[in-house]
Design a protein around this ligand. Structure first.
Ligand code: XMP
Ligand code: MG
Length: 176
């Protein structure tokens, strides 16, 4: 049990399990992207720990870059927009793998993928540590998923509650 600000969390996935699954994903990526020099695009802030552990176990030549996604309300008619900040690389013709901590409603990821697709990558896939399948509001093909988890709030291993708990080595779930 751990207290983060006003809320209590309990261990959901210990670091050892996360690392075991992460190295499986890295092995799968290494097979799939042999000779493709993939570009891993990690989405800050939440994915920084997962991206570090995942990419460290990828055994084929690759590049790594980071983006932030800024979601904002525009007008009532257009709804929420997503701005992708910080992508330095030209991704045209590249094999791109977006690295994310968690896909919840999947709205953020689908907008991010749409924007990256406009730049004509040779291929575009997602590697996410966690996926809340039952919360997904859009049909996204997620090729590399660490764990399918129930629709509950989780923190630790890079994920935060109000900016806190990113430093916890294990993944925790909000106590009910
Ligand atoms: P959507 O709904 O667009 O949201 O897929 C993705 C973003 O929402 C955040 N998120 C979480 N953050 N614990 C967190 O710490 C969670 O359980 C959680 N669910 C969603 C996260 O920033 C993700 O990128
Ligand atoms: Mg995130």
């Amino acid at each position: 049990m751990v207290q983060v600000k006003d809320k209590q969390f309990e261990v959901f996935l210990p670091e050892t399990e996360i690392l075991a699954r992460t190295s499986q994903l890295a092995a799968q990526l290494s097979r799939d992207y042999a000779n493709k020099e993939p570009l891993f695009v990690a989405v800050l802030n939440g994915s920084f720990i997962f991206a570090a552990d995942l990419i460290r176990h990828v055994s084929v030549p690759c590049h790594v870059s980071f983006v932030r996604v800024h979601s904002y309300q525009s007008t009532a008619s257009t709804g929420t927009l997503t701005e992708v900040i910080g992508l330095q690389e030209n991704i045209e013709g590249r094999h791109v793998v977006v690295v994310e901590d968690i896909v919840d409603t999947a709205l953020t990821m689908s907008r991010l993928l749409a924007q990256l697709r406009e730049q004509m990558p040779a291929s575009l896939e997602v590697a996410t540590l966690l996926c809340k399948r039952e919360a997904m509001q859009t049909d996204l093909a997620l090729k590399y998923v660490g764990f399918d988890i129930p629709n509950r709030f989780v923190v630790g291993y890079g994920l935060d509650y109000d900016g806190f708990a990113r430093n916890l080595p294990d993944l925790y779930v909000l106590k009910d």
